[in-house]
Every structure is written in C-alpha cells, then in structure tokens.
Design a protein. Sequence first.
Lengths: 215, 387
Amino acid sequence: VSGLRVAVPKGAIFEDALSALERAGLPANVLRENGRRLVYQAGDTEFIVSRPSDVPVFVEYGAADVGIVGKDVLEEHRHNVVELKDLGTGRCRMILAAPESRAEEVRRAIRHAEVVRVATKFPDTARRYFERMGRQAEVIELHGSIELAPLVGLAECIVDLTATGTTLRENDLVELDEISTSTARLISNRGAYRLRHREVAALADAMHGSGETVG
Amino acid sequence: VQTRIRERFRLFGFREVLTPALEYSEVIEEHGLRDASYKLFDPDNQMLLLRPEMTTPIARLISQRLAGSPPPHKLSYVLPAYRRASVGRGQSAELYQAGVEVVGSPSPREDASTIALLVDVLQSLGLSVPSDFAVVLGQSAFYAGYLRHAAPDAAASVTAALAAKDLVTVDAIARDLPVDTAVGVRGIPRLVGPATDGSIIEEAGRFAVGEEARAALENLREILRHLEAHEALGAVILDLGLIGRHDYYTGAVYEAYASGLGFTIANGGRYDNLLKRFGKQMPATGFAIYLERLLSVLPEEVPPALLVLVGGDVEGIEAAAELRRLGVPVLHLSEDLSPGDAAEYARGVEAAWISYPATGGVKLATADPPGEFVFMDPETVARTVLS
C-alpha cells in the first residue's frame, strides 16, 4: 500500500483508527509523536488529522484519498464518498433521550403527534428520524453539551450519540429510543477508488474489521 | 476551451443545438434534479424550472422537433445549466455543460464512439492518459440483471445501497443471502481495473447468469472491442459496480475523473427509456462535460498575445488598424496614459506589450517587467508580438 493520503479523525476514534492503519501495515505511528501537527509524512504515505466531521469533506473533494470516520457522521452529512469497510471499532449508538422525570410526558407527546423540541448535534439525523415516524419536531442545533438543553428547558428531549451511557445517567436522562448504531468506516474518494483502485483495495483488505473484503 | 470542444464535436459530425433555459417542471422527473432546480411560475401559474441539466431538454427537443427526420440524431451543445448549490460546498449555481447525444440507435458501437469522442476531447485539451484522467465505465444492466436473476428479493435494497456507494451495506445484505449468490452480490461491485486488463471481464463472466446479465456483458464486450479500434481503450477503467447517479441509465454508464480532483469532470451513458416520457420509444446515449471542473484541471494557459496601444489621436487609430491588419490583437486606449500607468493597465488585462504611436510605426516595450521603448515598423511589431 503506497502513495495514499489518509485522513484521520481527532478525538474518540483516533487511537482505534491508528491501530487499524498500523495493522494494515501503514506507518501510522508517526501520528502519536506530536499532537500539534496537521500533516505527517511517513514513507510515501501522507496522513492528515482533522475534526471527525471534516474527514469526509477532505475525502469527498479529493484532498485525501481515503479516510476513517464514524457512520454517524456519514449519516448526518451524506457526503458523496465510497464507503468501503466497517472497521467494527468506535461502536456507539444514536439515541433519543429525555429527563427521567419527564420521559413519560415526552413519549406521550410524540405518540400524539405533538411538536416536540429536540436539541442535537445531528439536525439532519434528528429530522429524518421524526419524519420516518410521521412526526414533526422542532430541531435545535447545538455544538456541545447537548445534555444541558433539557435540564434548563431549552428542549424537551435530545438526539445524541452515546457509547457507554455514563453521561446520560449523570444528567438523569433516560433513553427513549435507539435511532441507529454506528461504527468506524473506511471511506474513499470516488475518483481515487477507481484511479488508484489497487492501492485503495489493498488497504481495505488489509484493514481487519467486521466487514467483508474488498478486491 | 469552449471553442476547441466545439471544433472536436463538429469534426465528429455533431450538430449544435440550443434549447431554452426555462423548461416546464413536468419535463424533469428525477426528484433529486427537481429539488435542485430553481423554480419560477408563468402567468398561468404553471411551474417552470431553470434547466438543471441538458439531456432531458434535448430529449424533448428531439421528440417534438426532429420526429420527421430519420435517426440517429447526433446533436451537441455547449450551454449553462442551473442548480441550487448548498452553501459551503464550493459549487456554483450556474454550470456550463458541453456534451453530445446520439438518439435513435441502440447499438453499443454508438456508446463506444461517444466514449471515444469524450477521450478525444479531453486529450485535445492537453490532458493525457493515464496520468491526468480516466473514463470509468460500467454497465448498469449487468448488476441489475444478475440481482433480478440470482437474488430478486434483495435487488432493490442492494441497488439502493450501491447507488449511495455504500459497500458496507451491500456486504451486510449479502451476508443474509445463500453463499453462491452472496459471492456475486459482493464481488461484482468490486470488479474494478484497467479495461486493457482482460481479467476483469473474464471475472465478470463468472457472474453472467440469466438472460439479462449475459446480454449486458456481451454489450460491454462489444463496447470494449470498438473502444480498442478507436484507440481509446487505454483511457478506460472498468467498474462493474458503477450504476450511475440518475436512475435513467439503462446500459453503459461512465464517469470521467481527473487525478487529484474528487469530482467527475464528465459523465454519461445509455438512457433508452428517457424519451418514453415524451411519447417516443427511442434509444439514446451521450455525455456531458462539466466545464468549470474541467478548467480547474487543465494545464495553465499562456494568455494569448495582446498589445495595448496608448493614445495618439488619429495616428493611434491608424496604427491600431495597421497592426490588426497584420493579425496583431490590439487594445487601443484613447486616453494618453503615462508609460507607468500603461504598464499597470496592461498587466491587468494580461497584455504582454505596451506601445505608443510614432511616425512610420510604434514605440514598443514589454509590460511586465516594464522595458525600454524601441521604435519598430508594423511588420517588426507583428513578428515580435506574435512570436
């Protein structure tokens, strides 16, 4: 595998992504050296590090050939990229949650097709979830601390990611519904997938995951 | 670039057509395209669209205007289409498209010849194979035919996943299918490689079960055979998982990619069902090049020769006319600018030369960097500027 530019996400799945790339034989260890650089060259592979939600943007525009990103980000933004492989790591769930004391009230409101207010970092995912149920929701987009919104009356419920459920419990929130589950995915630019198919397919094959092989 | 593309289209016998920018909204049926269109209303409250693409307007034109003349119709266009671009995605609302359509022939040879024309156009613009671009070719009926034969119940969901380019979901669906079917469901979209490498088609032969898939593969073989004769095979990468964005492609489907650019610079294919919408059953094939994207990958152009001639009253007009007669492009400024201002103006219009009229010729200097003025007669100026 050679000559590819790989986009790696900062944050929760950073370590998993590095391990997966290393197992596939890429010199991803250089990314551990220094936490501040954005571009790393190792052999003829180039790594770039970005916010998870920006990884598919770099890949879609061809600024990176391949990237690793959570399915939750792909679901939200629907970038035009090829989804090659489920790496099986970084498992988390997209859920609908509400304060324990008002959980019944929110359930009833949704059942009766009342318009509920929902705070989330994933507005499209939230909107599609309510549309699928034939319900309307007033979606409020926040960029952090989603759990705060129902505690102070900004929203009645939240749509958010959870891995262990700890943050939910700490804020007395209970899960009302599971919207989807998410794991880390290997994605590729549409052009690179064809023009550099040999390298991209070899990388996908070498990355052990729960998905099937590409080739 | 538009001029050179038109030249190539004309050399291959394509007739250029113009269609109105406004179309009745019923003409465009694809939901994605309708959503992306600018909408207007006429005095009778009929909804109109600014055309979001060119293929459908041309299909309408043929069904209404060319119904009397014998097919095939070989038409070309170089026109803007309009799409609502989402903010922050670096797309403009007006996109120029240059393309051709061959309507009225079901032959795979016409698919091959349009692909070969696309390759010819891209090469004539200075792009080379395989370093700068490739045409990725699929056959949308092959996978669809295989699925309808081998896994009819899963066909719709697999096709939807593949259209979203989600191979993970394709695999997930395959896991629930019988083993021998799963191999094909998983394997066909992964048959990707240079068309000159015969093993891709050979591999595909393993999955050619059922009437439809066999016919589709035979069709693809025929296209490849003719592409070889067109000497365009080296530019083609096969991808049996390519089924096309619009659901109207019925056979060959292709996308051109430039290295380093993530988006297609051109796409096309066979759409035998589109004209049914206009009451005609006519097979058709063609492509569209996205000119803005193409421009972004073309080699930097040297600006054409241009001379800025400054002032000089009536003598200035005479000098300009004399130089133009010798083929020198002249931008004549009526005002008497200083040499410094003239040089700055010339740089702004990408002119390499500035000059002032003088008896029997002009005083000529380079604009960037500003050079010494030298007196020359018109013939010498023409030789210097045009060399």
